[in-house]
Design a binder for this molecule. Structure first.
Ligand code: CP
Length: 293
């Protein structure tokens, strides 16, 4: 059966642990696997990207495969060809399809009609590849995931949702602090939801934040959001509420002075650059798991 990775719900807890174990092996030896030898993987970007683009392209190459990088405006998708037809056609050429787009329904439609694995490289609702890298970073720092407490502060967005989904699978206690107006609707993961950033950060092993204005948000609302979210800035005072060995996380790109203080982003408790690097290793493990076998 073709397996996809759209939200993280597709993995069992045991598979998630195995994936992170394998990512650590691939990090220790970047040339350890040639699982994609002779295969091509389509990487479709309908939204801008730095980390996802480079880590997937390098990752497919390091696994011995050929990355076919496609920008949305180069594809007939941009002229109205359906995600269904795009999936049917790409499946005739490549061994896997990874897609960054806006509406989550697009990756769902591609997955429904593709005969090869489909990976979500970000939608408005989910960013599960990012959270695999975040979990790998925590695992490296603390040697385990089960029982850790992760606080997320700021805008309730796709990263927040994926942290809740995959955090629960990994046994991580997730606490989310957002203004009521920006809170996610629905919470079936058992995450703590609060409006108080200090409550979320209390005793946490990691405090995580993300941009205050995501790619598909209304740019005209930037000033109002900045005012609403100012109490949620990840700064030294908020990090003090967490454990002494707590790390600061951010999926990037960052806006120092807005959602994260510059001295935290570039300071000794920042694990942000490890998070970025870990995209490569964990996505290689994911590609191997979905396509290589
Ligand atoms: N974190 C992340 O997805 O980065 P990019 O938008 O640069 O890919």
């Amino acid at each position: 059966m073709t397996r996809h990775f759209l939200t993280g719900e597709e993995l069992t807890s045991a598979e998630l642990v195995s994936l992170l174990d394998r990512a650590l092996e691939l990090k220790a030896d970047r040339s350890a696997s040639s699982a994609l030898e002779g295969s091509s993987v389509a990487l479709v970007f309908e939204r801008p990207s730095t980390r996802t683009r480079v880590s997937f392209e390098v990752g497919v190459h390091e696994l011995g495969g050929h990355p076919v990088v496609l920008r949305g405006d180069e594809l007939q998708l941009s002229r109205g060809e359906s995600p269904r037809d795009t999936a049917l056609v790409l499946s005739r050429f490549v061994a896997g399809i990874a897609l960054r787009t806006g509406p989550h329904e697009v990756v769902e439609e591609v997955a429904e009609h593709a005969s090869v694995p489909v990976i979500n490289m970000l939608t408005r609702e989910h960013h599960p590849c990012q959270v695999l890298a975040d979990l790998l970073t925590l695992r490296e720092r603390f040697g385990r995931l089960d029982g850790l407490r992760l606080a997320y502060v700021g805008d309730g967005n796709n990263v927040t949702r994926s942290l809740m989904v995959l955090g629960a699978k990994a046994g991580v206690e997730v606490a989310v602090a957002t203004p009521a107006r920006l809170a996610l609707s629905g919470n079936s993961t058992g995450a703590l939801m609060t409006e108080d950033p200090a409550e979320a950060a209390e005793g946490a092993h990691a405090v995580y934040t993300d941009v205050w204005l995501s790619m598909d948000d209304d740019a005209d609302a930037a000033d109002a959001r900045r005012e609403l979210l100012a109490p949620y800035r990840l700064d030294a005072a908020l990090l003090e509420r967490a454990r002494d060995d707590a790390v600061a996380l951010h999926c990037l790109p960052a806006h120092p002075g807005d959602e994260i203080a510059s001295d935290v982003l570039y300071g000794p408790r920042s694990a942000v650059w490890d998070q970025a690097e870990n995209r490569l290793h964990v996505q290689k493990a994911l590609l191997e798991f979905l396509i290589g076998s």
